[in-house]
Design a protein around this ligand. Structure first.
Ligand code: HEM
Length: 490
């Protein structure tokens, strides 16, 4: 009992049910290290609580598994703060200087009157992602369009579909954010970002990172060097509204240039790490199902108009400005985020707080909402929860009930709704439309083999595929040999 009090884990009767481990204080930590996000699924399958407490060394971790609790958590965003953790995680992950760390963590949750770099930065990010949306999407489709011209010129290309999507959507997304001097044009940096994200747990722990997480450490430092050169050469001045706004805001707050480069290395997680697997699964689920492919071709064909160039060759114009208004396409993207979900929304409990008039949450504890628990909740999603249903998000009701507002966590919700949602959705759906109209993709083995989910990366909300997906990409008959242009802005 005394030890419990010293370690701060003595249960209060009003707290969510405590689940003890066989090895006191470190058992759950070992479980998380061994099973990663699957650990929460194992526990929730065993105990069936809407929310439970894991006593850990130095405190407790609350785990939420019920979709109905997500909206109340999100409503109380100051008491249960994402921004507080965002500030703290950025400092640790990016290895920011003490000076920058102080500026970034000061009033990060925005609970006090006065300045907050995190909150002000987030407001500016949202504004920039609205003002700069069309131009970012235009840059994105121009970049990937050029890559597709190359695919067509090769006539028949054999690739691992994941590698192709990963490298090309990485170029298109980072190019749209950072402009012509985009540091991620260097493939070493793109590889470095993956290693950095895969080692993020060890880097967050901060114990001998260069020895215990050498790949992630080296990856991060190569990105930091890339961004130092980019900013020194004024690369951001020809980049998007987003990068311009971010540099302006960080500079005004007094963040030194090296720390801005470190900050931007961490931002790679938000910009790229979720976007690439989401694009892969959206393309995979369309091409691997003949019915879905036929429907998507039929729905995207009206976006295509054909004229001729001055030399008489066909000129194909694909207009993706309204692509987010095609329900089946949006549904496929959302279902990809649901079905392959990973990761967790993390919140810091800033004060003793009673959630949903029932559960006492203690100040200075952490709360996690594992996305997979919410996305595979049978009562919410129905009997078909374990199958991929391309049109799931076109239905408004499941079993006569509308899923609660927090039940889809793909882009978060409330004040923490992903500011990149519209940009990522348009660019990914544009890739799908460009691929289905222009190419046939067939598996090299003759039939599609599901590659499975790689659930090891704890920093993403969607799994990458576990196995390679070898395919042949060929231009579709009848549409080859022309010039293609893409319209994402007025
Ligand atoms: C398919 C791609 C993407 C997915 C699935 C995704 C997912 C998410 C999710 C789930 C959250 C909420 C986290 C939480 O509540 O704990 C979030 C927040 C965020 N996302 Fe995205 N994101 C994507 C693309 C992007 C892009 C392209 C950008 C930037 C250009 C971006 C920037 C951010 C930022 C800055 C936040 C933090 C919001 C806040 O602190 O209030 N994301 N994203």
């Amino acid at each position: 009992m005394l030890l419990s009090q010293v370690l701060g884990t003595r249960p209060d009767t009003k707290e969510p049910r405590f689940i003890s481990s066989k090895i006191p204080y470190i058992g759950h930590t070992l479980g998380i290290l061994q099973h990663k996000m699957r650990y929460y699924t194992i526990l929730s399958g065993k105990y069936h609580h809407d929310i439970f407490t894991l006593p850990m060394f130095g405190g407790r971790l609350y785990i939420v598994t019920a979709p109905d609790l997500v909206a109340p958590i999100q409503r109380h965003y100051k008491a249960l703060s994402f921004w507080f953790l965002e500030g703290a995680f950025t400092v640790k992950l990016g290895a920011l200087s003490k000076h920058a760390a102080k500026l970034l963590t000061e009033n990060a949750a925005g609970r006090e009157v006065g300045n907050s770099l995190v909150v002000d930065g987030m407001k500016e990010t949202h504004a920039a992602m609205i003002a700069g949306l069309d131009s970012m999407n235009q840059t994105a489709v121009d970049i990937i369009g050029a890559r597709m011209d190359q695919l067509e010129a090769e006539a028949a290309t054999e690739v691992d579909l994941w590698k192709w999507v990963d490298s090309n959507v990485s170029l298109m997304t980072s190019g749209a954010v950072y402009g012509p001097m985009n540091p991620y044009r260097d493939p070493e940096l793109a590889r470095g970002l993956r290693a950095f994200s895969e080692d993020s747990t060890m880097l967050l722990a901060g114990v001998f990172p260069s020895i215990l997480a050498p790949k992630g450490y080296a990856g991060r430092e190569s990105i930091v060097r890339g961004f130092q050169n980019y900013f020194a050469a004024g690369g951001h001045e020809s980049g998007s509204e987003l990068i311009k706004a971010r540099v302006k805001s960080l500079t005004e707050y007094g963040i030194p240039p090296e720390d801005i480069a470190r900050f931007e290395a961490v931002n790679g997680f938000g910009i790229l790490i979720n976007t690439l697997p989401t694009a892969f699964w959206s393309v995979y689920h369309v091409f691997s199902n003949p019915e879905t492919l036929a429907s998507v071709r039929e729905l995207t064909l009206p976006l295509l108009s054909t004229t001729t160039t001055d030399s008489g060759a066909p000129l194909y114009t694909l207009d993706v400005r309204q692509i987010r208004e095609i329900p089946l396409l949006v549904s496929i993207l959302h279902e990809s985020l649901r079905y392959h979900s990973s990761g967790a929304a993390a919140r810091m409990v800033m004060e003793d707080f009673t959630l949903d008039d029932k559960y006492l949450l203690k100040k200075d504890s952490m709360l996690l909402v594992p996305n997979r628990e919410i996305h595979f909740h049978k009562e919410t999603w129905g009997e078909t929860v374990d199958t991929f249903d391309a049109s799931r998000f076109m239905k408004t009701q499941v079993g006569g009930r509308k899923p609660p507002s927090g039940a889809f966590r793909g882009f978060g919700s409330g004040v923490n709704l992903c500011p990149g949602k519209n940009f990522a959705t348009t660019e990914i759906l544009a890739v799908v439309a460009m691929m289905v109209l222009r190419f046939d993709i067939t598996p090299i083995s003759g039939s599609w083999k599901y590659p499975g989910d790689d659930g090891n990366n704890m920093s993403t909300v969607i799994c990458a595929p576990k196995d390679p997906v070898p395919v042949k990409i060929r231009p579709r008959q009848g549409l080859e040999g022309g010039t293609w242009v893409f319209k994402a802005s007025n």
